[in-house]
Design a protein around this ligand. Structure first.
Ligand code: ATP
Ligand code: MG
Length: 240
């Protein structure tokens, strides 16, 4: 499989604090990578640097072998290809479910309304939320909101999706429906980078697991060996 994303020597500092300390990471098409690590290890910052919500202090980032920093690629253009799903959904509360899904394709991609609507309904069906097109986010459960947020991200036709703890804000009974949706996406061949504390997802769905510690990747392994042949005592403790 071809490389989608190549991160070289990514450093992020805040003041004199180094939060990401020389991250190297290559993502191939269709890989599903879970990113694990304790609180403050830099997981969210890594995702935010990858889609340029945060400016890396130093890094080379290649998207399909193109250096997006050196070539001054417009961040918005690049970000269309690199979708993001947040812990707290970040839906537009004043818009209906349908409008949440069509606004960016219409405004940013310039797709006409009819086509954007068709596409939105297609992806809302995929996440099981097509019955709710006229609802406002405040009338939805957390799990439903997160599934809408995933559909909204898919409507931009991203090549890779980044998830930052997509189930952490959910009541336990809603975690499964979101994880099932993500599992379906993985089966469809979506390339995914997932910051998560869901060990079952990391073990059974992701192909690869990365462990971050104080801004460094201290392990990068296939998920089977990560969980079943783990040598690092601290990581063993973490995944227990
Ligand atoms: N805008 C910022 N300014 C200063 N420090 C920041 C900023 N954003 C993050 N940090 C610091 O960077 C470190 C890494 O934060 P980050 O949010 O990436 O960790 P995390 O692994 O996602 O943690 P969690 O599991 O709690 O979400 C933390 O110590 C945090 O305080
Ligand atoms: Mg975080």
């Amino acid at each position: 499989m071809e490389n989608i994303l190549e991160i070289k020597d990514l450093v992020k500092t805040y003041g004199n604090r180094t939060v990401l300390d020389g991250i190297n990471l290559t993502v191939k098409e269709k890989e599903v990578i879970s990113i694990l690590g304790s609180s403050g290890s830099g997981k969210s910052t890594l995702l935010r640097c990858i889609n340029l919500l945060e400016e890396p202090t130093q890094a080379k980032i290649y998207f399909h072998n193109k250096d997006i920093i050196k070539n001054h690629t417009k961040p918005e253009e690049y970000r269309q290809k690199v979708g993001m799903v947040f812990q707290n959904f970040n839906l537009f509360d004043n818009l209906t479910v349908l409008d949440n899904c069509t606004i960016s394709p219409i405004k940013i991609l310039g797709i006409d309304k009819e086509k954007a609507t068709k596409k939105a309904i297609h992806y809302l069906k995929k996440v099981g939320m097509d019955r709710f097109i006229n609802a406002r986010p405040k009338h939805l459960s957390g799990g439903q909101k997160q599934r809408v947020a995933i559909a909204r991200a898919l409507c931009m036709e991203p090549e890779i999706l980044l998830f930052d703890e997509p189930t952490s804000a959910l009541d336990p009974e809603m975690v499964t429906e979101v994880l099932n949706t993500m599992t379906d996406l993985a089966k469809d061949g979506m390339t995914m980078l997932v910051v998560t504390h869901e060990m079952n997802f990391a073990r059974d769905v992701s192909t690869r697991v990365i462990f971050l510690d104080q801004g460094k990747i201290i392990e990068d392994n296939n998920s089977h060996d990560f969980f079943y042949n783990q040598q690092n005592e601290r990581i063993k403790e973490f995944i227990k």
